[in-house]
Design a protein around this ligand. Structure first.
Ligand code: NDP
Length: 315
């Protein structure tokens, strides 16, 4: 049978390019888990995906009710789940004030981390039950959360501190909206959320890899400077960022190339090692990359796991 892969945020950018790359192999059925059904349908059509290769299901990661409804709907459908890709994200680098999810969590960490945390926890048993030869749970990371890199040292840097804001619920009422308890900063909130993504992948690996055989992985696909991730950035930035990445840092990758990279992490028989953060060199060859000290801190990973369980109602 075809493999069954769920991709969140497949209506745009990396998620769409990955869905397209997998659809073209003819070996995958793609569940595009998207908040905007019509946009996803148009995106799949304009990418030339054939109808028999995908299904669109509604999922709004900024609402835990929506996550639960998505999971219930999927369970009733009787479909297998072989690979789950947590890809969707929001980035609000120019926001002066925080926005919030339905449950009142700061939007970037609430969507990118907490929404995906609940989704992947609720789908873990279904992944375990899959009889597919290589089942995988992939959480997209980023270089920007890794302070051991040049890009990760552009201020504001990721820093989760002692997690006091997360412990307080990131709601701006009786706690800060930032994980470390600081003042709201949209760019930093995004980077912090990516550190949570990479720590969550490793915690999944430690808790469940041996017993389940599931491959847990994260990746940095390269700087895909043309995606809608930068939609809220100022126009001048959006104009200059792609050529800057292409000609100065040389970190630029096209959506097509980045989609091929994530599709490899989904399906390549040689990328089955669990607990790995994949990156690609200038020749587009994959390698196991090093994470920053904070993005590989086991104690922090465990605390984030436990605090997140409370916030999403699992504990
Ligand atoms: P895009 O903005 O193009 O795609 C983000 C996707 O997430 C869209 O499909 C968007 O839906 C979806 N999304 C946002 N909020 C929600 C929500 N509440 N519920 C469901 N879906 C939601 O950005 P990219 O493709 O660049 O980003 C994809 C991933 O790649 C992210 O995890 C990002 O951190 C990562 N990444 C990107 C890099 C880059 O240079 N672009 C570099 C490193 C990592 P909609 O279409 O409806 O807006």
């Amino acid at each position: 049978r075809k493999g069954s892969v769920f991709i969140t945020g497949a209506s745009s950018g990396l998620g769409l390019a990955t869905a397209k790359a997998l659809a073209e192999t003819g070996k995958w059925h793609i569940i595009m888990a998207c908040r905007d059904f019509l946009k996803a349908e148009r995106a799949a059509k304009s990418a030339g995906m054939s109808k028999q290769n995908y299904t669109i299901l509604h999922l709004d990661l900024a609402s835990l009710d929506s996550v639960r409804q998505f999971v219930d709907g999927y369970k009733r459908s009787g479909r297998p789940l072989d690979v789950l890709v947590c890809n969707a994200a929001v980035y609000q680098p120019t926001a002066k004030e925080p926005s919030f999810t339905a449950e009142g969590f700061e939007l970037s960490v609430g969507t990118n981390h907490l929404g995906h945390f609940l989704l992947s926890r609720l789908l873990l048993d279904d992944l375990k039950q899959s009889d597919y030869p290589s089942k995988r749970l992939i959480i997209v990371g980023s270089i920007t959360g890794n302070t051991n890199t040049l890009a990760g040292n552009v201020p504001p840097k990721a820093n989760l501190g002692d997690l006091r804001g997360l412990a307080g619920g990131l709601n701006g009422l009786n706690s800060s909206t930032m994980i470390d308890g600081g003042e709201f900063d949209g760019a930093k909130a995004y980077k912090d959320s990516k550190v949570c993504n990479m720590l969550t992948m490793q915690e999944f690996h430690r808790r469940f890899h041996e017993e389940s055989g599931i491959t847990f992985a994260s990746l940095y696909p390269g700087c895909i400077a043309t995606t809608d991730l930068f939609r809220e950035h100022i126009p001048l930035f959006r104009l200059l960022f792609p050529p800057f990445q292409k000609y100065i840092t040389k970190g630029f990758v096209s959506e097509h190339e980045a989609g091929k990279r994530l599709a490899q992490v989904v399906s390549d028989p040689s990328l089955t090692k669990s607990g790995v953060y994949w990156s690609w060199n200038q020749n587009s060859a994959s390698f196991e990359n090093q994470l920053s000290p904070e993005a590989s801190d086991e104690e922090k990973a465990r605390k984030i796991w436990e605090l997140s369980e409370k916030l999403v109602g699992l504990a």
